[in-house]
Design a binder for this molecule. Structure first.
Ligand code: KIV
Ligand code: ZN
Length: 388
């Protein structure tokens, strides 16, 4: 596999589904899994099998239905969790067990009341046990974002020696700055002797709005898997947004990093996830928000109408969005007004537009957005007046 390929690990059905009120039933999860497969993700984290019979069933059914994608089940570093996950994943062509334990001193003390050495023992034992069931075992070092780097390196080395094929370095609390997260990945790359035997994975939360930036910093420093969700859904402020990291890698060709995602499916799957999980997408959300391709200020509209690349770095078609919109508000100029009239089939000359623009501004000042029906009325009134 080329070293510039970044694997996309989708956790919409696991971390994404942890959003309060977003619970999905098995049928909904299967439908989404099939869409994620079509999208081109490499790994689907289908759930946490021991957490409930419903989650077990979902992981089990998805494992038997999807064909080309790795199906992953989450576990704690606990024997029963791993056995149950292995059972749920039995029908999968490519099963992966994702097991792990806290790695920061805060977690080690407050969650586990353990020592660092005990954490290494429990982590390696979990990986060894999981390897008895599947060849592909991912280890997560929970709260790695706040972990001591030398200890993290020892833990990562030990779990790789125990058989981990992927090492996940989660910024569980979304605490790191991009350069700090990048440095963590670089440190592991340079100081863990057996690091070339595993793929490093980024799993970043968005508590400070840095999940996407941190994941990109991670792959720049050598990580080759990003864990993310559609629309950035997930615990608290969410996870890294799939559509954002994929488009960043596609836009920044200088990074020479690629994914397998069919980007034209990004907007359709965003809408599907939003509807199924009953979680509206914020209008200004990058790539998939309703305003991601809307232009409303006069300066931007004028530039955009002259040449789209002045204000758009992505062609909406490339991400399956509706074509760009020129929204008419009191900030719009004559160029935008003439363009919108033209779209309605009216060909007005410069003088007409000067007169119409004054009337347009009166309407625009009285409401947030001037709609198609307002333009139609304005044009009809003007034409009647000039013919008479
Ligand atoms: O945020 C996190 O640390 C997680 C792990 C369970 C991978 O979701
Ligand atoms: Zn998480």
């Amino acid at each position: 596999m080329a070293d510039n390929r970044v694997f996309i690990f989708d956790t919409t059905l696991r971390d994404g589904e942890q959003v309060p009120g977003c619970k999905l039933n098995t049928t909904e999860k299967i439908d989404l899994a099939l869409k994620l497969e079509e999208l081109g993700v490499d790994i689907i984290e289908a759930g946490f099998p021991i957490s409930s019979p419903g989650d077990f069933e979902s992981v089990n059914k998805i494992a038997s239905i999807v064909k080309d994608v790795t199906v992953c089940g989450l576990t704690r570093a606990v024997q029963k969790d791993i056995e149950v996950a292995a059972e749920a994943l039995k029908p999968a062509r490519r099963p992966r067990i994702h097991t792990g334990i806290g790695s920061s001193d805060i977690h080690i003390k407050h969650k586990f009341n353990a020592t660092r050495e005990e954490i290494i023992e429990r982590g390696t034992a979990a990986v060894k046990l999981a390897r008895n069931f599947v060849d592909d075992v991912e280890f997560f070092a929970e709260d790695a974002g706040r972990a001591d780097i030398e200890f993290l390196a020892r833990l990562v080395e030990a779990v790789i020696a125990a058989g981990a094929t992927v090492v996940n370095i989660p910024d569980t609390t979304g605490y790191c700055l991009p350069h700090q997260y990048g440095e963590k990945i670089a440190y592991l790359k340079n100081n863990v002797p057996n690091i070339d035997k595993a793929i490093i994975s980024c799993h970043c939360h968005n508590d400070l709005g840095l999940a996407t930036a941190n994941s990109i910093a991670g792959v720049i420093e050598g990580a080759r898997q990003i864990e993310c969700t559609i629309n950035g859904l997930g615990e608290r402020a969410g996870n890294t947004s799939l559509e954002e990291v994929v488009m960043i890698l596609k836009q920044h060709k200088d990074l020479n990093l690629h994914t397998n995602i069919n980007t034209q499916l990004l907007n359709p799957i965003s809408r599907l996830v939003s509807e199924t999980m009953r979680m509206p997408v914020q209008p200004n959300k990058a790539i998939v928000g309703a305003n991601a391709f809307s232009h409303s200020s006069g300066i931007h509209q004028d530039g955009f109408l002259k040449e789209a690349i002045t204000y758009e770095i992505i062609n909406p078609e490339e991400v399956g969005a509706e074509s760009s919109k020129i929204v008419l508000t009191a900030r719009s100029g004559r160029h935008a007004l003439a363009y919108r009239f033209q779209k309605l089939g009216f060909q007005f000359n410069r003088n007409d537009i000067d007169v119409l623009y004054k009337e347009f501004l009166k309407i625009a000042d009285s409401k947030k957005e001037v709609m198609e029906e307002d333009l139609q009325q304005l044009a009809n009134k003007y034409q009647t007046a000039t013919v008479a």
